[in-house]
Design a protein around this ligand. Structure first.
Ligand SMILES: [Zn+2]
Length: 83
């Protein structure tokens, strides 16, 4: 039975997604300063400081793991191969 822990692949998925996501925040922050786009058209709230939380959802086969940013973005980082 799996407890609330990450497998290596998931840790890597999380690390990768956060790196990409931080970069996206940075780009959007820069664009915001330039007034280059309409903020309401974005799928995420860039007026928050990005912070991450994890969500474990036990399913019939295995536990899926999601990482979520305070901006509303989320990513399923489940290592399905570990099931
Ligand atoms: Zn975010």
């Amino acid at each position: 039975m799996r407890e609330f822990k990450f497998y290596d692949v998931e840790q890597e998925n999380i690390r990768q997604w956060i790196a990409e996501h931080e970069a996206a925040h940075k780009v959007l922050d820069d664009l915001k300063v330039l007034g280059e786009f309409n903020l309401s058209s974005l799928p995420m709230d860039i007026n928050v400081i990005p912070q991450y939380s994890y969500e474990f959802a036990p399913g019939p086969i295995g536990t899926s793991v999601k990482v979520r940013c305070t901006c509303g973005a989320q990513k399923d980082v489940t290592d399905v191969d570990s099931w």
